[in-house]
Each structure stands twice: as C-alpha cells, then as structure tokens.
Design a protein around this ligand. Structure first.
Ligand code: IVH
Length: 670
C-alpha cells in the first residue's frame, strides 16, 4: 500500500516539475535555478524507487533509462508529412503571393510568418493528452518510430496541459541550438569521437540512435509548427491561433512567429529575420509563409507533395562546396604565419568568396586540408570564411599534406614555433617587409594613429621603394617622394602630408595601441594609459607592476616588458616623439588592486579572525558583504562553511579556500 501522503507528494512533485519544464522550454522564463529543479526530480525518483507503484508512464523520471532497440519500427502517417515549395528570390515570392490571391480571388492575404528551422521534421501523437508515439518524416508516407528518443527531449511534454483534444498529432522540428552544437562537438572531440558537420546533422544523428540513453545526453530542442491528424472541433480557424493553442497545451513554438498582411509585410519580415539570422540561437535556412486562414488553406489544397498555401523563402546558404586551388602562407604584423586557402570563387552567404583562413598548422592538420581538395566552405554573418571539412572521396591522388615552410616566404628568415604555441612565426622582425608593411598599416589604422589615406597599396609602395622601413620613417616623408609614387599626384601627396601632420595630436592610449605590442589591443592600451598615466612609467614598469593593471596577466605583461627591452623599439619611440607626436596629460587612476570587487567570508579561518580578514580586504579597496548575491565576485570559505558556499556554487561564483585567500592578499599587496 502506498501511504496517502506519499501519493499526494509524488503527484505534487510531478506537477511542479512539469510546470517548471513548461516555464523553461515553452515560456522561456524559468523561475527556479537548475539545481532546485534537479532536487525536485531526485526527490520524486527516490519516492518512486521506494514505491514502484507510483511510477506513471508520463512521470518526468521516465524520460531516460529505456533499453536500446535493435531496429526502429515503421510508422504510417495518418496524414502525409508534406514538404514546402521554395522561393529563392523576391520574384519567386511575389509570384507565390500572386497565385494565392488569384486562386482565392482576394486582394490581400494574411500570412503566418515563421522561421525555417534547420532541423529534423517530427510528428508527435498525443492520445488523451499522453505522448504515445513519435516518428520521423521518412518518405512522407512512412517514417521511423523514434518515440523512446523523443521522450528524452525535455522540451517535448509527456502529457499535455489544460483542455486538450482526445487525439492530437503535433508536427514540428527537433533541432540543436548553435551553442548546444558547439558544446557537443567539444565533448565529442575530447572523447575522440566523430565531429558533426553542422547542427542539423548533429540533431539527425542524435535522433537516429538506437540507444535512447545516448540521445538523452544530446542537447536537443523542439519547436512545433503545425498539426497532423486531430479532432477538428477543438482547433481554431487560423494557423497563428492554432500555434497559440499548442503553446497553451505545453508545446514550445518559435517566438519569431508573426502574422503579416500582404506581400510588403512578407518582404519586411524576410529582411528583418535575415538581419537577425546570425544572432539567433539556432540556425535557420529561410522563412516560411503560410496562408493564415484554415478555410482558405483548404480551398487552395495541394499540388504534388506540397501545399499551395505555404512557401519557404530561402536565405543564401551559408555553406557551399568549392575547390582549394592552393594553400599560401601570409605573414602578419607580429610575424605570425597564417595559412590561407585560395579557392575557386564561390557564392556563399551572399558574397563571392575566394579565400578562407586555415588559422594555423594544427588546424590544417586536424582538418587535413590539401591543395586540390574539394571542401565545404562556411561564411555566416560577417565572420571570415572557413573550411568546414574536406570531401575526402573527391581528393585527387596527387594531393600532398601541407607543410609549414621553414623559411619565411617573404624575407627568408627562419620560421620558429615556440613550444606550447599554435602559431609559427617569422623570426625576421622588422627586417621582414611583410611585418614592416603590416606594422605600418596597423600604426596608421583608424583606431590607432588614424592617418587618412595610408592604405595597403601606398604602404606597399613606400616599403618597396625603401622610403619607409618603420613607423618613425613616415614622419620624415617629403611631399616630392610621395608625389613620385604610382597613382599619386601632387594633390594626394599633399593630403597625405597633412594627414600625417594631423595624426600627431593623439592620445596616450591610441599611441600605445599603435605601437603594436603583442596582445595589447585597444582595451588593454586604454587600461595601461589610465593606470599609469604616462609613457615613461609604462616603459619602465616591471612584470609585477604591469599585472596590477585590470585584465593584464603574466603573458601580456611579459610581451610588454619584452617590447620595451628592445633598444630598436625605444629608438623608434624616441624618433616619433621628436617628430612632434603629443597627447593630453592623463590622470593616473592606479586604483586599489581590489576596488570594485565584492567578497563574502564564510566559515572559520585559521590564520586570522574574520574582522581582520575583512579589514585587510577593505584596505585593498574591496567591498565585504554579509550575503551572497549575483554581485558577489568571490566567496572565501574557511572550515565549516555554511549555506553561503552552497549559494555561491549555485550562482557559479568563485570560492577561495584559506590558502587561496592568503595568496590573493599576497599578490595584491599595496
Ligand atoms: S511546415 C505542409 N514550418 O521544412 C507544411 N516546416 O521543406 C509542412 N521546416 O519537412 C512543413 N521550419 O521539416 C514548416 N516553420 C516551419 C518549418 C518547417 C522548418 C521544415 C520541415 C519540413 C521542411 C519542408
């Protein structure tokens, strides 16, 4: 016999867990931390273990643990799963809208506008509110029964909520977010298992597992985008209203779904989603427009395997196939050698791509890209095009693995690769004309000295003619020298001289950034300028002093001291200042090392009383608070720490033990 109170508590837990699931997956508005959710789930699991009679098939504990299958059985779809006609440009889309208007004999059409998710089409059958069967699309008539795998997906409810119809088949898309996909690939890599090419393949591969316990570990999500067989009486008369109903019953729908009226609003929706495509949490390959009125949908009917009432307007694909003509090596400002794939031009992500970065030697080796290979290229948003992978089966026999050159292809100096570094570098320094050109371009760039007109064609000529070898030489240039160059007249030469003159009034942070010290980007340069206030102090600062600057760690500090230890760098700085480069005085902030940081102390410390710990932290500028919140930066936990340490773990706040605390005090001595 199951005691009454236990039965009651288990029902309550089931209900609570389902509610939290709903808030998390359907409303995207969680109200408790994950740890609390897990606690409820383990409480329920414990009760069910003690009283197996409590277990119901729709209990949230029953998502995992099913035994592996030998094969998937077949499922015949009661209503065929159709596909969508495609529009590839505005003309196709306009023609679709015209056909719809003509057939319905109306002037303007109301559409449901949705994103076209790049996932796997799925059908979910609910009988009396309970999820009983889930299937893939297959050939549209018959799919595979993947119920056990779908049960592991928390975004799919095991039981519907509210006033649902007796029979309901939901159609939608199982997919993986971009983040879920990249996390999964990281784990796969760590385990030495095969990587997935894109989120779609990862979702499909995860659903096709015969062992649901593997599927359970994959970050799969679900969006509903329609219905299959159903008991008509309970469904509203428009697609957008049907989706709202599905959401009420517990199914996630896309937050991007909107009702639009007329072709003009279709264009606007397409443009709006296109602009946000790169920022969406999941990949989409287009938008879908569906005639919103169900009665109108029925009038329009179907043609072959697709409805006349819907269309998918595709975006430019972000991946394409092309050939690697050659692999060349580029030399950057700091001498870093970057292998670049020269490609047969290919139109991808809306532009023609002819090069793709291969990053470094390890990356090339990992992907095994060779000249002559056929490859998949990816360009998403504004990012640099990349090689996703090689189509091994298309590799010509003559293709040889790439070798990093031992000598710099520009200046012939030795190439070195330090242990622990991914990057190989030319050791030629400013003797190497590629490094000269790149360092000058960097110096002149907009966020650095902002020398207008100093572009790559000009700098290449200045270096090639020997007029300029380093950045200080720029300020000795004569107008006649400039005017004698290709594509330069008196007038443009005069403009350059003026631009050089204008650049002399700058700021300390711009100047520091312009010097091109390794790993000193714009933000670091600003921090350095603010902390020290003048160049002399930065130039003479030692490692320890530098590490007190916000965001500067040992590696960057070493790059800075190394830079200023080179006499040729100091010579160039001297010449730049002599040329008249100046900046307004900066007030040094040299903040206390822990200012802006909030600490909480819990438990008993051995080496000092809590009050003393507090005072020492405050002397260093820290704030010490009595309770842990999102604003806390560190929790110091002595022995017997209490709930504060738990709270810190929950909020992912760094916890320091006594030893770590003492070393923190030591590192931040005033
Ligand atoms: S509706 C009869 N809506 O695209 C209409 N499909 O090419 C059937 N898809 O198999 C589908 N996002 O897997 C619809 N918002 C969306 C969709 C969508 C992605 C997929 C679906 C379908 C394929 C059709």
């Amino acid at each position: 016999m199951i005691p009454k109170d236990i039965a009651k508590r288990s029902a309550e837990l089931r209900n609570l867990i389902n509610q939290h699931n709903y808030r998390y997956y359907v409303l995207d508005d969680p109200s408790i931390p994950d740890a609390e959710y897990d606690r409820l789930l383990s409480e329920l699991a414990a009760l069910e273990k003690e009283y197996p009679g409590l277990v119901t098939p729709d209990s949230p504990t029953q998502r995992v643990g099913a035994k592996p299958l030998d094969v998937f059985s077949e499922v015949k779809h009661a209503v065929p799963m159709l596909s969508l006609a495609n529009a590839f440009d505005k003309e196709d889309m306009d023609a679709f809208d015209r056909r719809v208007r003509e057939r319905l004999n109306i002037n303007i059409v109301e559409y449901a506008a949705e994103t076209k998710l790049d996932g796997v089409a799925i059908s979910l059958l609910f009988e009396n509110g309970v999820f009983v069967q889930g299937a893939t699309r297959g050939d549209g008539e018959t799919g595979e029964d993947v119920t056990l795998n779908l049960r592991t997906i928390k975004a799919i409810p095991l039981r519907l909520m509210g006033n649902y119809p007796d029979l309901l088949e939901v159609r939608g898309e199982v997919y993986m977010s971009k983040k879920g996909f990249s996390d999964l690939n990281k784990t796969q890599k760590k385990k030495g298992e095969k990587l997935f090419a894109n989120p779609r393949n990862a979702a499909a591969g995860s659903l096709r597992q015969l062992d649901p316990n593997i599927t359970a570990q994959r970050p799969l999500l679900f969006f509903a985008h329609g219905v299959g067989q159903h008991d008509r009486t309970m469904l509203p008369g428009t697609h957008t209203e049907i989706l709202k109903k599905l959401q009420k019953w517990g199914l996630p729908i896309s937050p991007e779904t909107k009702m639009v009226t007329g072709i003009g609003q279709c264009h606007a929706y397409y443009r709006m989603i296109g602009e946000r495509r790169a920022d969406l949490a999941y990949e989409i390959d287009g938008v879908v427009f569906k005639v919103n009125d169900i009665a109108q949908q029925e009038l329009l009917g179907f043609v072959s395997r697709a409805p006349r009432w819907a269309i998918a307007w595709k975006f430019q694909p972000e991946e394409e196939i092309t050939k690697v003509v050659d692999i060349e090596v580029q030399v950057g400002r700091t001498g870093a050698l970057t292998p670049v794939a020269r490609l047969e031009p290919v139109f991808v992500g809306g532009v023609t791509v002819t090069n793709a970065t291969l990053h470094n030697e390890d990356e090339i080796r990992r992907k095994d890209v060779r000249a002559g290979d056929t490859v998949i290229i990816r360009r998403a948003g504004d990012v640099i095009p990349e090689v996703v992978r090689v189509l091994q089966e298309k590799r010509p026999e003559s293709a040889r693995p790439f070798q990093m050159p031992r000598k710099c292809p520009i200046c012939g100096s030795d190439v070195e690769r330090l242990e622990g570094e991914a990057v190989a570098r030319c050791s030629g320094g400013l003797f190497c004309s590629a490094q000269q050109i790149q360092s000058i371009l960097h110096f002149a760039s907009r966020l650095a000295m902002d020398i207008e007109g100093m572009g790559d064609k000009l700098v290449e000529q200045l270096v090639a003619t020997g007029h300029v070898r380093n950045v200080a030489d720029l300020y000795t240039l004569k107008q006649e020298q400039l005017a004698s160059l290709d594509r330069m007249g008196e007038k443009s030469a005069g403009n350059i001289i003026q631009a050089l003159e204008n650049s002399k009034q700058t700021t300390l942070n711009r100047f520091l950034y312009a010097l091109g010290i390794r790993e000193v980007g714009e933000a670091t340069a600003r921090n350095l300028a603010q902390h020290f206030g003048n160049l002399e102090l930065i130039r003479t600062a030692n490692q320890e002093e530098l590490e007190k600057v916000p965001d500067i760690g040992p590696i960057v500090a070493r790059h800075i001291t190394t830079f200023f230890a080179q006499s040729h760098n100091n010579k160039i700085i001297g010449r730049l200042l002599d040329a008249g480069i100046t900046w307004p005085k900066v007030k040094a902030s040299r903040k206390k090392p822990l200012s802006g940081k909030t600490f909480v102390i819990t438990g008993v410390l051995e080496s000092m009383k809590r009050d003393e710990a507090k005072e020492r932290l405050q002397t260093l500028g820290a704030k010490v608070s009595g309770s842990v919140s999102k604003k806390t930066n560190y929790v110091i936990a002595g022995s017997d720490p209490g709930s504060k340490a738990d709270k810190a773990r929950e909020l992912n706040i760094e916890i320091l033990n006594e030893k770590e605390f003492l070393s923190l005090l030591d590192r931040n001595r005033l």
